[in-house]
Design a protein around this ligand. Structure first.
Ligand code: NI
Ligand code: MN
Length: 224
């Protein structure tokens, strides 16, 4: 069993029986966050790419909690240069951690932090407590999502729907079909004006193709 908390934007907290894992903990400056970064617990922080709205409060949280930051090699090196514990990985690579397995997948986007190159952007597949969660990061729709869905039985997929920087609603609905995921959860919407969109429209469209969607309220939880 896994408990998921959605902190708005792409920030997701995954709680297993023993571990707290944060993905893209952008809290400060995230108008939908209902928590302060100083209240978050973390054993591991998983980053999809270097953009400020994904790295977010990683440095502060990891310094306070001593969490290990898992990221693509170049971004991992940047975290190490900030004094953090970090484990670098590459696209297609997977590794076992105390809470479960992390595998990096492709994402079509860009990746830099304050103008510094931070390697390729990515998605992540986390398998823990018998559940498989895919967080697409920031990406467009791509046909290889079919391959990701073939190789992994995805229980839950976090998909960006806000358009402009990533997939919009219609492309994200196609992604649900490609991934063959049991539950789709929309992320990366409404935080800024340019990515304002209606997650319930996504839900309706996902349901119209016979799939399940959960719109997790900001600060809300979902147990799978
Ligand atoms: Ni981005
Ligand atoms: Mn983003």
């Amino acid at each position: 069993m896994i408990k998921i908390t959605y902190h708005g934007h792409s920030a997701v907290e995954i709680k297993t029986e023993k571990h707290n894992i944060l993905i893209d903990p952008f809290i400060t400056g995230n108008k939908h966050a209902r928590i302060k970064h100083s209240d978050l617990k973390a054993d591991f922080i998983v980053l999809t790419h270097g953009h400020e709205d994904h790295v977010g409060d990683t440095v502060e949280i990891a310094k306070r909690t001593n969490a290990t930051v898992i990221a693509v090699h170049e971004l991992s090196n940047l975290m190490i240069s900030n004094g953090l514990n970090s484990h670098g990985m590459g696209i297609g690579g997977s590794r076992q951690f105390p809470f479960g397995t992390v595998k990096y997948t492709i994402a079509h986007h860009s990746s830099s932090y304050s103008g510094v190159y931070t390697g390729n952007p990515a998605g992540v597949i986390i398998t823990a407590s018998g559940k498989t969660i895919y967080h697409a990061g920031d990406t467009c729709l791509f046909l290889d999502m079919k391959l990701i869905g073939e190789m992994h039985s995805i229980d839950l997929a976090f998909l960006p729907i806000g358009d402009n920087y990533t997939m919009g609603i219609d492309d994200a609905v196609k992604a649900v079909e490609f991934l063959n995921c049991k539950i789709a959860v929309p992320v990366h919407f409404g935080t800024f004006d340019v990515i304002d969109t209606d997650p319930n429209e996504f839900k309706r469209k996902v349901e119209s193709i016979g799939r399940k969607c959960e719109v997790i309220p900001f600060g809300g939880e979902l147990t799978i």
